[in-house]
Design a protein around this ligand. Structure first.
Ligand code: HMG
Ligand code: MG
Length: 308
């Protein structure tokens, strides 16, 4: 195996990507408690909410309340999704540290997700990136459907590459390669990442893998082998995108931490506390965690507790 990174940064997207697709209302207090538990577990980058249209994504309508309710911890970066200047105003008013813009590598997905073409979306993100930079906020950009699209199927590396460059051109600091529907496999993921690495420094490149086909951990390992050392993940494997039907949540943060610690890679995350955070939100949602590692560790705890 190639030399792997010694430290990996995980960006926790559970409160946003994880909960945005929940049909049942999730109280703001529950979301706030989740963020508190995640930061206590050692997560240093947390995607908290979205400043998108509440008609499009009702679950994120409490964005201002959630941002206001968080007791911030020094050293933690709190990010929010901003599709346009209206969203940016929300991010600014609630003192987000970072904005996330999100363009698709597929025209069909761009239309379904944000109601405009890729080119139009870049023009909408241009002032967002400029305003964020002017206010000293970091600009993270996600490239959706980089490994495949629910509407158009295959997505070429050239299409991904073009969007990466456009997002850099408008001032993005960071590029995330997103497998929105979790279809990618390790070889293809390496090809897409290798192309992105020609444009983006490793320190500002990340992977965002939904786990629909159970490939996310293998894809992360494939990225680690290239030196990529930042990944998004969602506690308890929560989530999915409302405009990518059938796609499951992001890879579970617990599963990624278990893999990384097993490889001797430092994350700064306390796995037990993270499992507790996942158990908290799973109980609040009334369903079992999607994290295999959490299930195994919770079962082990029960076995130990029942021993005389
Ligand atoms: P639109 O309807 O074309 O927008 O939606 P518009 O500019 O014509 O405005 C229509 C109405 O929306 C107006 O209100 C605006 O004020 C309002 P009205 O006059 O009808 O009462 N509006 C807003 N309200 C609150 N916040 C805003 C905002 N903007 C307009 N920011 C829009 C365009 C982008 C707003 C819409 O399509 C939208 O909100 N889409 C959200 C899509 C979304 O959140 N998808 C999920 C997140 S992306 C994701 O999960 C992928 C990712 O995880 C990576 C991956 O896995 O690929 C990041
Ligand atoms: Mg996503």
């Amino acid at each position: 195996m190639n030399k792997l990174p010694t430290h990996v940064t995980l960006v926790e997207v559970g409160p946003r990507d994880g909960l945005q697709n929940e049909a049942q209302p999730v109280p703001a207090a529950t979301k706030i408690e989740l963020v508190h538990r995640l930061q206590s577990a050692g997560l240093r980058e947390i995607e908290v909410t979205s400043f998108v249209s509440p008609k499009w994504v009702p679950q994120m309508a409490d964005n201002t309340e959630v941002m206001a309710g968080i007791q911030r911890q020094v050293g933690v970066r709190y990010s929010v999704l901003t599709p346009n200047m209206k969203g940016f105003e929300g991010a600014l008013a609630t003192k987000a540290d970072e904005v996330v813009i999100f363009a698709a590598a597929s025209e069909a997905f761009s239309q379904r997700n944000i109601n405009c073409s890729i080119a139009e979306s870049i023009e909408r993100f241009r002032p967002v990136a400029a305003a964020a930079r002017a206010h000293g906020m970091k600009v993270r950009a996600a490239v959706s459907c980089a490994l495949g699209c629910p509407y158009q199927g295959e997505v070429s590396i050239e299409a991904v590459d073009a969007v990466v460059q456009r997002l850099l051109d408008i001032g993005s600091h960071h590029i995330g390669i997103a497998d929105t529907i979790g279809v990618g496999t390790a070889g293809r993921v390496q090809q897409v990442m290798e192309a992105a690495m020609k444009r983006v420094p490793l320190a500002e490149l990340s992977g965002h893998f939904h786990d629909t086909h159970g490939q996310a951990l293998a894809n992360i390992l494939a990225c680690l082998q290239l030196g990529v050392h930042t990944f998004d993940a969602s506690v308890a494997g929560l989530g999915g995108c409302p405009y990518a039907k059938g796609a499951t949540g992001n890879v579970a943060t617990e599963d990624v931490v278990y893999l990384l610690h097993g490889l001797g890679i430092h994350t700064g995350i306390d796995l037990d506390a993270l499992v507790d955070a996942g158990a908290f939100i799973s109980a609040a949602l009334g369903r079992p965690t999607a994290s295999r590692v959490a299930r195994a560790l919770l079962a082990k705890r029960e076995r130990l507790a029942s021993q005389p």
